[in-house]
Ligand binder design. Structure first.
Ligand code: NAP
Length: 399
């Protein structure tokens, strides 16, 4: 075992190993983690200098060898990524801005000392360097689907990501860099956020050709910002505005599957390096069908107000016009978000002949069932209230 760890250390100390030489490390790393437990085997492919120490059977108290800085860990996807990394014994550095409370929920996900919140300033290069200093993996989850007075779409979704890649390159010991983009990100998108995400992908792969880009579809899960927003609106106002005629196709995906894909990419033998993955759920929904799933789960009678796209744009435009002109912050847009309305004018589904969950060995969950079960909190008589069958009988049919 000592001979193996010596060889591993020597290999990992060679500067800038090529992809083919990295692949030759795979059987060694696999053996080191125990061939009897392939599911526990962890094969972080070394790139630059980095000392990998791995111990244990792969559980929370093991040492996976990953020291990951997860930018954007305080968000929705972040909690699932941190949880899955911590579960296999990784150390997770959590740069956060704002209050100490924002990373607090993450600390419990790992053993004592494994989750390390670090205050940083995304506009201060030195604080980013400090957050990355001890890491061998960087995962960028920073993103925002609306602009604020302080941060433009381009700064958050493109420039910050590019800066992280540049700093990771200078660092020299970052073995894996994972950028989370969005399905539908394209330089020709009508949405500014999706254009910024596309620019970030291009800049990152230019700076770090061995980076991995994940492009998840709309994320669904306990803290999501689509079904929760719809359910809340439907409960408050007894109807749901359906932008357009609700026929736009989307391929929503369970957030836990996306986190699993990120971890699977880290665990492979380097095959995901330099690749782009499109991560959509197993089913394609129209917006109307997704809203029906929401109504069915909250056991309310579906009522829609179809809002033609020009009217939806007219409702959402004033926020964008006045955002930087008034001396106070404007409310966060949810249903009427101009940029998202632009994004929802076209279908957003996984393209053909691209890498997907299958290439990472993951079978994504169907949404109906456990992934949307959190919506039962919106049932008016409590979680056990009503039945989907009785709700589906029109009140007009009652005697
Ligand atoms: N949610 C979806 O449906 C969806 C779908 C496809 C792709 N994605 C992408 O997946 C990634 C994670 O999504 P998410 O839903 O977890 O997002 P989220 O909940 O909004 O979290 C975003 C993270 O980015 C950070 N962030 C936002 N603006 C920042 C700024 N100006 N400076 C520094 N940090 C900033 C946030 O930090 P604070 O907590 O400090 O604000 C938070 O940690 C994003 O890149 C997103 O674009 C999301």
């Amino acid at each position: 075992m000592q001979a193996i760890s010596r060889r591993l250390a020597q290999e990992s100390l060679r500067p800038a190993a090529s992809a083919s030489s990295l692949n030759s490390l795979y059987p060694l790393a696999h053996y080191y983690n125990g061939a009897d437990h392939p599911e526990d085997g962890f094969t972080l492919t070394p790139k630059g200098v980095g000392h990998l120490v791995r111990k244990g059977t792969g559980g929370r108290s093991s040492v996976s060898g990953i020291i990951a800085t997860v930018f954007g860990a305080t968000g929705f996807l972040g909690r699932y990524v941190v949880q899955q990394l911590a579960k296999m014994g990784s150390q997770v550095l959590v740069p956060f801005r704002g209050s100490e409370d924002s990373p607090r929920h993450l600390k419990l996900m790992g053993d004592l000392g494994q989750i390390v919140p670090m205050k940083y300033n995304p506009r201060d290069e030195n604080s980013i360097k400090a957050a990355m200093a001890k890491a061998n993996v960087v995962i960028n989850l920073i993103g925002r689907e609306y602009e604020t007075r302080n941060y433009s779409f381009e700064e958050v979704n493109h420039h910050m990501a590019e800066q992280l890649a540049v700093i990771a390159k200078e660092h020299g010991g970052i073995m894996r860099f994972i950028q989370v983009s969005c399905l539908g990100a394209s330089p020709s998108s009508q949405s500014r956020m999706l254009r910024a995400k596309a620019a970030a992908e291009e800049a990152i792969l230019r700076t770090l050709p061995e980076a991995t880009v994940m492009k998840p579809a709309m994320l669904i899960g306990t803290e999501d910002r689509i079904l929760n927003t719809w359910a809340h609106f439907a409960k408050t106002y007894s109807f749901l505005p359906l932008i357009g005629d609700g026929s736009t196709k989307i391929q929503p995906v369970y957030v836990v599957d996306v986190a699993a894909a990120i971890v699977a990419a880290l665990k492979d033998n380097g095959t995901s390096m330099g690749k782009v993955y499109e991560l959509g759920g197993p089913e394609i929904f129209t917006l109307h069908e997704l809203a029906e799933l929401m109504y069915e789960t909250i056991r309310e009678w579906p009522r829609y107000v179809k809002v033609p796209i020009p009217i939806a744009k007219a409702i959402s435009t004033p926020r964008e016009l006045f955002l930087k002109k008034v001396p106070f912050p404007l409310p966060t847009p949810n249903i009427f978000n101009l940029d998202q309305i632009h994004a929802l004018t076209t279908d957003t589904v996984v393209s053909e002949n691209v890498l997907t969950f299958t290439d990472l060995g993951i079978v994504p969950h169907k949404l109906k069932g456990y992934p949307v079960e959190y919506l039962i909190q919106y049932r008016k008589g409590g979680p056990q209230f009503g039945s989907t069958i009785s709700e589906r009988v029109s009140p007009d049919a009652w005697p």
